[in-house]
Design a protein around this ligand. Structure first.
Ligand code: GLC
Length: 423
């Protein structure tokens, strides 16, 4: 078997191959790739450079000629994402800098007129679709290229009318020119109200063009799902949500930023996101040429290998939250309960107040069986090795006699620990 064939037989790949269907697919997707790429990537100081360094307009516009995208290979990006267990991706079609990564009719400051002379969005959409991933486009409402945005924010009504028309035209191009789009990910609506953006009308148009689309909550309207930035938090029960987080400390490319999350850290974020029923949109910043930093790829792939061993725990859709323990996240799904041993205590794992009995328990990935016994209100699992059996994050899978319930009525301090979680 080639490694590609092996990959398609792995549990994570099997979960990934199950199609995400229906209007609530984001509830089950769990893990996606966020890509911040634009002219700022050629500077390598992050996506706010134009604004924070007050780069003169002519100098910033000149970056467009230098933007050759010589290493832009969206198929490589898509393969990395798919093989790492991700199920969708979101690309910054236009960030605050105002440069459009597509062949726009409305805005000439775009990638077709740049050194690259390519429609980046089109190639992105095709490549990710081909890998079976859902595709999303990030669109910054705020804009440092078009002077009407700043004027509108300062109260100039004529500029506002022009700029809002401009915005609607650009969004419409993205929604009509590239086939089905699964996510519209707005950003930087601040400065104008939903009424000023004519956001309701805009999103109606978007849904007319793209009946299946999910829209985030950054057009000053709630729409379909909530975003949490750089932290994991659940939306109220029933509401779909996504935590977007950087892999290092930057969104756009910063070569010197080596503060990468470890693969283990990413795994434990995924565990928590899964416990709380949301999705992690993990960001990478390709360099100015379009290559993903090697360190990012290495980390994503290591997490992907862990998902091959333990992914059923992460992709499982949780029925309820059982956070009361000392070791880490848990995912309760039907009669199964997964324990993520983020703190590892050796031989024995103890759960307090677990109500159903344990039918069997094993270490995910190795298949090692554990013994389970009950002592009053405690359930002990024994037989674990002294050191964690999984090199990244050990997960225990338990089968129970009925869906997991945990009684914490006698526990002191239960209320404040539970306060983070929706009930
Ligand atoms: C932050 C950054 C912005 C980035 C966004 C993603 O707000 O300033 O550049 O696109 O996070 O949510």
């Amino acid at each position: 078997l080639t490694s590609a064939q092996l990959k398609t037989q792995s549990p994570a790949a099997a979960a990934v191959q199950r199609p995400l269907t229906g209007p609530d697919w984001l509830r089950h997707a769990r893990y996606g790739l966020f890509i911040h790429w634009g002219l700022y990537s050629t500077l390598g100081r992050g996506e706010w450079a134009r604004n924070r360094e007050q780069v003169p307009d002519h100098a910033y516009r000149a970056l467009s000629d230098e933007f050759t995208a010589s290493q832009y290979s969206p198929r490589d990006w898509a393969r990395t994402a798919a093989e790492s267990g991700m199920r969708y991706a979101v690309l910054t079609a236009k960030h605050h800098e105002g440069f459009c990564l597509w062949n726009s009719r409305t805005c000439s400051f775009n990638s077709a007129n740049s050194g690259a002379a390519r429609d980046i969005v089109q190639e992105f959409v095709e490549a990710f679709r081909q890998e079976g991933l859902k595709v999303g486009l990030y669109y910054s409402l705020g804009d440092w290229e078009n002077p009407d945005w700043a004027r509108a924010v300062k109260g100039d009504q004529e500029a506002e009318a022009r700029f809002v028309d401009y915005t609607h035209a650009l969004v419409d191009e993205l929604m009509t020119g590239y086939g089905p789009i699964d996510v519209l990910w707005y950003d930087l609506p601040q400065g104008l109200t939903a009424d000023q953006w004519r956001a309701k009308e805009l999103n109606q148009l978007v849904r007319q063009r793209q009946p299946g689309i999910l829209i985030n909550n950054r057009s000053m309207l709630a729409e379909d799902f909530s975003i949490f930035e750089q932290h994991v938090q659940a939306a109220p029960e029933g509401r779909m949500w996504e935590a977007c987080m950087t892999l290092n400390e930057s969104w756009g490319f910063v070569g010197g930023d080596k503060e990468f999350k470890t693969p283990r850290k990413v795994a434990s974020i995924l565990a928590r996101v899964s416990m709380l029923g949301g999705s992690l949109l993990l960001n990478v910043g390709p360099n100015g040429e379009g290559a993903l930093p090697q360190e990012s790829v290495r980390i994503l792939r290591e997490v992907g290998e862990w998902l091959d061993r333990c992914g059923e725990s992460v992709y499982a859709t949780r029925d309820k939250v059982l956070p009361f323990n000392l070791f880490g996240s848990t995912v309760a799904h039907g009669n199964h309960l997964y324990l993520f041993l983020e703190r590892y205590f050796g031989e024995t794992v103890t759960l307090g107040g677990l109500e159903p009995d344990v039918v069997c328990a094993e270490v995910l990935g190795t298949g090692q069986r554990l013994k389970a016994h009950r002592e009053g209100g405690q359930t002990h699992l024994t037989g674990l090795p002294p050191e964690p059996p999984d090199p990244l994050l050990t997960v225990i899978k338990m089968e129970l006699t009925s869906p997991a319930e945990q009684s914490i009525s006698r526990a002191i301090g239960g209320a404040d620990i539970m306060a983070d979680f929706p009930h």
